[in-house]
Each structure stands twice: as structure tokens, then as C-alpha cells.
Design a protein around this ligand. Structure first.
Ligand code: BTN
Length: 332
């Protein structure tokens, strides 16, 4: 049974930006004008931008982009994806929450939070997670396969994220770039990052995998902190946004792509790898490569291997392959 608020909202959406009087709404759904007014107030409190103009009535200007746990759950279930969806206002890190849930319930989970107080990036860095402007999500599952089997999962998640943003926000146009190994860029700005964490040992019977994805969907209300300003960007840059339901759609699309890539079917594996190669941000650039042991080196990037490794040529002409590390483009 729909609430008055939901009925009012669906009428406002139906007339797509036109005005409708309180009386007309009341008659359509058989309630009093006072009940319509109360419903409009509740919708405004939720973030819907509704004009109320004397003698003209009400007009919906803006639909907020709210996470709908139930809708995500239903759509994924209809696609045969068995993930339990959890939506929180605030967590320390969705990766931590997703790990806790999969360990306790032994079932796969998708955790989404409006904000994280301890969002983590790679190499122990903080991931800035301002309230409601981003999509902060983690997928966790338990597996009896070796962690080695999932060695390319961060790259796969990067392909899934890049494709999802292209599909949902840019109507499928090839817009996002992937910076090996886990960053998603639009133009020269980083709009998303991925942090995969694996728990278990090679010889363990069960391992837990947590794939955390953080996307700056909208520009943060107070802008990015000073240290991120030069690098971070939002999928919708300031002032530009599509109305409503973007974060749900991106989340659903990422999960669908990732699950298809994890099926280990040849054509899907190829799509994932091709996407990763085609979208590579680094090919043709001279880069600095920081290894995790603290060393660094410089080289030209030739390409990406079929194992998602970075293929490079050093200044002396010799060739190299990297399967981990962090890269920055050297600007002359
Ligand atoms: C990076 O850019 O270095 C990776 C960033 C990963 C951020 C996401 S947000 C959701 C999940 N929870 C976290 O604490 N981190 C990941």
C-alpha cells in the first residue's frame, strides 16, 4: 500500500516539471489538501526540491539521488545475483563492515554507506568520503579458491567500475580511463579508486575477499580537501547533474559487470581485459613507478599484458613487467 507521500511524488514525476495544484493532487488520490501539504513537506525534508507557488501549485524541480537498498536487492536478485544488500548512514569503512558481515553470516554482501569516518585507500591512505555525494561500496564473499585465483580482481573491478560509469552517466560513451592498477579517471581527474583486501592464507580452506569501491559521484559540498584538489574530481563536476537514481544505478551496474567477469567465461574475460587495455590512461606516457619496497624507477609504458601487468621500456631500451606498484605520469 503506497503512502500519501509516495503517491504525491509519483504525480509530480508524471507531470514532469509542470505545476499542479494541491486541490488537483488531493482529488486524484482521494486525500485532503492538508494531507497533500504534509506529504510535500515530508518530501522536501528528504531532499526533493519542490516549488510551491500561490495560484499555480506544486512543481518538482529536483529528485535527490537516494540509495534504495530494497531496489538494489530486488534488481540484483532478478539477475540471479545472490548478494545481501546493506545500506548505512555512516560506517568506519564499508570494507570492514562487509568483512564482518561475510564472516558472521557466511553469505556474500554488498555494503553501501553514505559516509565513512575511516575510509581507506591503498598504501594506508585515507579515502575522503563526504556525506551523500559519493558511492562508497564494498562487495564481500567467501571462497574456497586460492587467493591467487583472484589476483586480477582489482583490475576486473576497475573495468566494471569504468564501464558502469560510462553506461549510467554517459549513455555508454567511452569516457572513463583506467590508471593502472586501480584508479578511474575522467579527463585529468581521479573520480574513483578501488581497494581489494583478501583475508586468508594460500593453504586456507576458506578465504574472504572484500572489494571496496569509492566513487566521487558529485562534487563534495565543501569541495575536496587541499591535498586532493589537484588530483580528485567528481563524475558530475560542480553544477552538472542528472536527476535522481544515479548512485543506485552505478552500484547495480558495477555488481552486474563484476559478477559477469568473475564467471570466468572466455568472452567475458576478453571484454574485461579489452576494456582495461583500451581505457588505459598510461600507455605512451613516461612514468615514475614506485614499488612497494620503497624503490622507484622511470620508464615508458608500452601496454598492459593479458595478466593485467604493466609493460614498460626503460631508458636503456630494456623491457620490464610490473604486477604491483604505483605509477605517476612524469610531466615535462
Ligand atoms: C584508492 O584510491 O587508493 C582506493 C580507494 C578505495 C575507497 C573505497 S570506498 C569503499 C571502500 N571502503 C574503504 O574504506 N575503502 C574502499
Amino acid at each position: 500500500m503506497l503512502k500519501t507521500k509516495d503517491k504525491v511524488l509519483s504525480i509530480l514525476k508524471e507531470i514532469q516539471g509542470d505545476f499542479i495544484s494541491g486541490q488537483d493532487i488531493a482529488e486524484k488520490i482521494f486525500v485532503t489538501r492538508a494531507a497533500v501539504w504534509k506529504a510535500i513537506k515530508a518530501l522536501k525534508d528528504e531532499g526533493y526540491d519542490i516549488d510551491a507557488v500561490t495560484n499555480r501549485g506544486y512543481r518538482l524541480r529536483y529528485v535527490p539521488d537516494l540509495i534504495d537498498e530494497r531496489k538494489i536487492q530486488d534488481i540484483l536478485q532478478n539477475c540471479g545475483i545472490d548478494l545481501k544488500v546493506f545500506h548505512y548512514d555512516q560506517v568506519l569503512s564499508t570494507n570492514d563492515t562487509a568483512l564482518k558481515i561475510v564472516k558472521e553470516n557466511n553469505s556474500s554482501a554488498l555494503v553501501i554507506a553514505e559516509t565513512q569516518t575511516n575510509g581507506r585507500g591503498r598504501r594506508g591512505r585515507e579515502f575522503y568520503s563526504p556525506e551523500s555525494t559519493g558511492l562508497y561500496m564494498s562487495i564481500s564473499f567467501c571462497t574456497d579458491k586460492s587467493i591467487l585465483y583472484y589476483r586480477n580482481i582489482t583490475a576486473m573491478a576497475a573495468s566494471a567500475t569504468a564501464l558502469a560509469i560510462d553506461d549510467v552517466v554517459f549513455d555508454g560513451a567511452d569516457t572513463t580511463k583506467i590508471k593502472w592498477v586501480n584508479d578511474i579517471f575522467i579527463d585529468q581527474s581521479k573520480v574513483a579508486g578501488i581497494l581489494t583486501e583478501c583475508y586468508g592464507a594460500l593453504e586456507d580452506e576458506y578465504n574472504y575477499i572484500v572489494i571496496g569501491i569509492g566513487i566521487n559521484v558529485y562534487a563534495p559540498k565543501k569541495d575536496f580537501p587541499k591535498e586532493l584538489k589537484n588530483i580528485a574530481g567528481a563524475v558530475f563536476s560542480r553544477g552538472k547533474s542528472k536527476d535522481g537514481d544515479i548512485r543506485n544505478q552505478i552500484g547495480i551496474s558495477i555488481v552486474k559487470y563484476l559478477c559477469s567477469f568473475l564467471k570466468n567465461e572466455k568472452s567475458l574475460n576478453m571484454k574485461c581485459l579489452d576494456t582495461y587495455k583500451k581505457k588505459s590512461f598510461l600507455i605512451g606516457n613516461y612514468v615514475k613507478i614506485n614499488s612497494f619496497n620503497g624503490n622507484h624507477t622511470y620508464a615508458y609504458v608500452d601496454g598492459i599484458s593479458d595478466e593485467y601487468e604493466l609493460l614498460v621500456t626503460y631508458d636503456d631500451g630494456s623491457k620490464g613487467i610490473f604486477n604491483s606498484g604505483e605509477v605517476s605520469v612524469v610531466k615535462y
